[in-house]
Ligand binder design. Structure first.
Ligand SMILES: [Zn+2]
Length: 176
């Protein structure tokens, strides 16, 4: 699929699954930044773009190239490459979205654990290094068979659609 997949060891795939970064035919040079384009698109396109929730400074989106059902990302609207470039209000809202995401994945998909992580910079494995994005993945006891055999290769559109429907319902609820 790409070089990133081939250099990852099985251990990394199981315990640091967010290392499978956003895989896309788009690239920042040719088509502009896909995360900026989604940030700027209308709310009426949320479903088409798999946007689960739009905050003031950041949004949450289902990964269109999931490592596992429910694999989502939290992304600031601004095109910034690292954590130090974030403003306090952006940090606060991204954390808020992660709390919502945790709740949505636990309550909506009954996950038993979670993995989350940042890939910062190309050396860190970021597929789109110019625009920071955090991955959050639900985990279930015994899901390692699924993850090691299916990995990021198979994308079942029906699963994406049903995951979206479930999670979008849980995202907007109150937290805290
Ligand atoms: Zn961007």
């Amino acid at each position: 699929m790409n070089i990133l997949l081939s250099v990852l060891t099985m251990s990394e795939r199981l315990w640091a699954p967010w290392r499978y970064d956003y895989v896309s035919s788009h690239n920042e040079e040719g088509d502009g930044c896909i995360f900026c384009r989604i940030a700027e698109s209308e709310s009426s396109k949320n479903r088409e773009n798999l946007v689960l929730y739009r905050g003031i400074y950041a949004y949450a989106i289902l990964n269109g190239f999931p490592y596992i059902n429910g694999h989502l990302m939290v992304i600031p609207y601004r095109h910034v490459a690292d954590l130090a470039s974030l403003k306090k209000e952006e940090i606060a809202e991204m954390m808020d979205l992660l709390v919502r995401a945790e709740k949505a994945l636990k309550e909506g998909m009954n996950c038993q654990g979670l993995n989350g992580g940042w890939n910062i910079g190309t050396a860190g494995g970021a597929g789109i290094p110019g625009h920071l994005h955090m991955h959050l993945l639900p985990r279930w006891n015994g899901d390692t068979n699924f993850m090691s055999t299916v990995g990021a290769i198979r994308v079942v559109s029906q699963s994406l659609e049903s995951s979206y429907k479930i999670l979008v319902e849980y995202f907007g609820g109150s937290i805290g």
